[in-house]
Design a protein around this ligand. Structure first.
Ligand SMILES: *[C@@H]1O[C@H](CO)[C@@H](O)[C@H](O)[C@H]1NC(C)=O
Length: 221
C-alpha cells in the first residue's frame, strides 16, 4: 500500500473516532506536533489530526507568537479580537488550548456568544467590564470585573462583555480547546438563513423587523 493511502486511511479512522467518542481535545501522544506544511493547509484540515513535521525540524520560533502586542481591528460594536489557534500559531497544535486578546472601546460590547468546545477564563488586563454568562436554566451570572480580576465562562454557555469604564479595556482569554468554536447568537439566529416565518413567530417580530435584523447580523459582513 502506498504511504499516501495509509495516511488517508489513518486520517479517516481518527476522524470517525473523533466524531463518536471524544468530548474534549484528545491527549497528545508526543511532546508537540508542529503541522507539516507539506500536508496541506491547516485551515481546511481537521485540526487535531494534522501530520507533524519531524520534531528535529521544530524551532523555538514555532513556540512563540508575537501577534498580540496591539489591539486587532474594531467591529462596529467596539470590539477587536485576535483569536490565537493553530491556524496562526502552529506550536499550539495538539496541545488542547488556545487563547484570545479582546479589546473594547469605551461603551463597546462583545455580543452574546458561546464556545461549543471550550471553557474560557478571562483576565482583565485593563479597564472595567460588565461580564457574565447565562446557565442552561436561563439564570444570569454577571457583574463588573476590573483590572486584575478573572472570570470563568463554562463550556458551551452564552456569555458577553461590555466596557463600562471611562477608558478602553483589554481582556486576555484562555480556552481549553485548540478549536473552541465561536457561535454568535445574533448571527446564528438572524444571519443564518432560518425561515423568516419561523423567526416572526419565535420572536414576535414583523417581516420588516426581521429584514432589518437579517441585514444587521449577516455573519459574512
Ligand atoms: C486588520 O485589518 C488589516 C487590513 O484589512 C489586516 O491586514 C490585518 O491583518 C488585520 N489585523 C488583524 C489582527 O486581524
Amino acid at each position: 500500500m502506498s504511504s499516501k493511502l495509509l495516511v488517508l486511511l489513518l486520517i479517516f479512522s481518527l476522524n470517525l473516532r473523533g466524531c463518536l467518542v471524544l468530548a474534549s481535545d484528545p491527549d497528545p501522544l508526543q511532546d508537540f506536533c508542529i503541522p507539516n506544511p507539506l500536508f496541506g493547509s491547516i485551515k481546511t484540515a481537521h485540526l487535531s489530526i494534522l501530520p507533524c513535521k519531524n520534531s528535529d525540524e521544530a524551532t523555538t520560533n514555532d513556540f512563540v507568537f508575537s501577534g498580540l502586542k496591539s489591539a486587532g481591528n474594531f467591529t462596529d460594536t467596539g470590539l477587536a479580537t485576535i483569536p490565537v489557534n493553530p491556524t496562526v500559531f502552529p506550536g499550539l497544535n495538539t496541545l488542547g488550548m488556545s487563547f484570545v486578546r479582546a479589546d473594547l472601546k469605551v461603551d463597546g460590547i462583545n455580543p452574546p456568544h458561546f464556545h461549543p468546545r471550550a471553557t474560557e477564563i478571562a483576565y482583565v488586563v485593563q479597564g472595567r467590564i460588565y461580564a457574565g454568562f447565562v446557565d442552561s436554566g436561563n439564570r444570569v451570572f454577571a457583574r463588573v470585573i476590573e483590572q486584575g480580576e478573572v472570570m470563568v465562562f463554562p463550556r458551551g454557555l452564552v456569555h458577553f462583555l461590555m466596557n463600562v469604564g471611562k477608558t478602553p479595556a483589554t481582556i486576555f482569554g484562555s480556552l481549553n480547546s485548540q478549536n473552541p468554536g465561536n457561535q454568535k447568537i445574533p448571527s446564528a439566529v438572524f444571519g443564518s438563513g432560518i425561515n423568516e416565518e419561523l423567526l416572526q413567530k419565535a420572536f414576535g417580530l414583523s417581516l420588516k423587523q426581521i429584514g432589518t435584523m437579517k441585514r444587521r447580523f449577516n455573519p459574512k459582513t
